[in-house]
Design a protein around this ligand. Structure first.
Ligand code: COA
Length: 391
């Protein structure tokens, strides 16, 4: 996928959210045979944030999405589509993006989940940019959100110390002004699916025993994944740069998936980049899978590392095996996203109205279901609450 003529997809808003509870390496060393020194030396991770009771992939995503809409100064009601990149959805059904769409009050948006694990955000931005450039949609909210702590085997020190929870979001908008997402390159090698997997699904019976044996939790061949990640990060970066008609020297900053400092160091060497041109905040959050690139993006923006006109590469790799890269000509710095008091007030009012409308829809459905139950003279039986069209 490379540049299309006339219609462009710009990133106009961004947001991030992590749970309040930070768990340090030191904390983990109290419950596992590990140490702060081992984790920092082998991964660069210092702490990660872990969702508390009542916090889910969707609730973190809603916080991040709201911030992104605020920066773009958009009402949720004008969104055409919500894509949630996640491998840790709230449920198998309904999809998490629909929960987010409802939570935001984005009543006019379609919604779907996209699961390519740690590459999910790059896949989702690529799909969203394609839909915008193709003329199907004007405004799309892309969110990477994960509750990795809920699929860990907390007695497997080789995996559980690596991951964390969080969410990051961007708004993509159509424009005829050149720039935005210039090129994308996505890839997959399903033969490596067993190198990094969470067995939770319909193939493996979920029983007390399978859960107790850790079969439904994350399993990983760390060394093979390491080799794959270092190779693919530099390859995908080179490919996406060439597709945009640029040279590596034109890239101002790579915002990569945050798995491990050593992976980023090897990739920097392969690309001939000084370490400072590859952004890292893995020490703060660990590996948050599909959330890691937007979490890094928001930190890089707030540290002033990205300015309007910069060429940025997002590059992700992970379970599947999957990988992907996008090259973005950055359109707006944080300083360009200041809105007047009246613009902010108007958006605030519309935002509240959209949420009230969503709540009224839900109430309306409940009342209608209760009415149907009464008319039948029964309690609705096994079909109770399933909506119209049921016997
Ligand atoms: N604390 C202390 N020791 C640990 C440990 C931990 N948390 N995890 C593993 N070890 C031990 C191992 O048991 C092993 O001990 P042994 O030599 O007595 O058998 C030793 O450390 C070395 O294990 P090894 O697996 O060879 O370590 P490594 O140098 O390959 O580092 C990873 C392990 C997981 C950090 C590394 O392979 C990695 O980063 N892989 C990529 C993972 C990744 O990024 N996945 C997500 C991609 S999206």
């Amino acid at each position: 996928m490379s540049e299309s003529g006339g219609r462009y997809a710009h990133i106009t808003g961004w947001g991030a959210h992590v749970p309040a509870r930070a768990v340090t390496n030191q904390d983990l060393s109290q419950i596992l045979p590990t140490s702060d020194a081992w984790i920092q030396e082998r991964t660069g991770i210092v702490e990660r944030h872990i969702a508390e009771e009542g916090e889910y992939t969707s609730t973190m995503a809603i916080h991040a999405g709201r911030q992104a809409l605020k920066i773009a100064n958009l009402d949720p009601s004008v969104l055409d589509l919500v894509i949630c990149a996640t491998s840790t959805p709230d449920y198998l059904m309904p999809n998490t993006a629909s929960l987010i769409q409802d939570g935001l009050g984005a009543g006019n948006a379609a919604a779907f989940d996209l699961n390519t694990a740690c590459s999910g955000f790059v896949y989702a931005v690529s799909v969203a940019a394609g839909l915008i450039k193709g003329g199907l949609y004007e405004r799309i909210l892309v969110i990477g959100a994960e509750s990795m702590s809920r699929v860990m085997n907390w007695s497997d020190r080789s995996t559980c110390v690596l991951f964390g929870d969080g969410a990051g979001a961007v708004v993509l908008e159509a424009s005829d002004r050149p720039g935005g997402v210039l090129s994308s390159k996505l890839g997959s090698d399903g033969s490596g699916g067993d190198l990094l997997m969470v067995g939770l699904g319909t193939r493996l019976p979920i029983t007390q025993d399978s859960v107790a044996r850790g079969e439904t939790a994350m399993k990983m061949n760390g060394q093979q994944v390491f080799r794959f990640a270092t190779r693919i990060m530099s390859e995908a970066t080179k490919e996406v740069t060439a597709l945009a008609g640029l040279q590596l020297a034109d890239i101002d900053l790579i915002v990569p998936h945050q798995a491990n400092t050593r992976i980023l160091e090897v990739a920097a060497k392969q690309l001939g980049f000084a370490p400072g041109r590859i952004y890292s905040n893995v020490h703060r959050y660990g590996n948050t899978s599909a959330a890691s690139i937007p979490l890094a993006l928001v930190d890089a923006l707030s540290e002033g590392r990205i300015r309007a006109g910069d060429h940025i590469v997002f590059v992700g790799f992970g379970g599947g095996l999957t990988w992907g890269a996008c090259l973005v000509e950055w359109s707006f710095g944080p300083q360009d996203r200041h809105w007047s008091a009246s613009q902010r007030a108007l958006r605030w009012i519309r935002d509240r109205l959209a949420r009230v409308k969503g709540g009224l829809h839900a109430l309306d459905r409940k009342l209608a279901a209760a009415g149907r139950g009464r008319r039948k003279g029964d309690d609705g039986g096994p079909w109770r609450g399933l909506g119209p069209g049921q016997p």
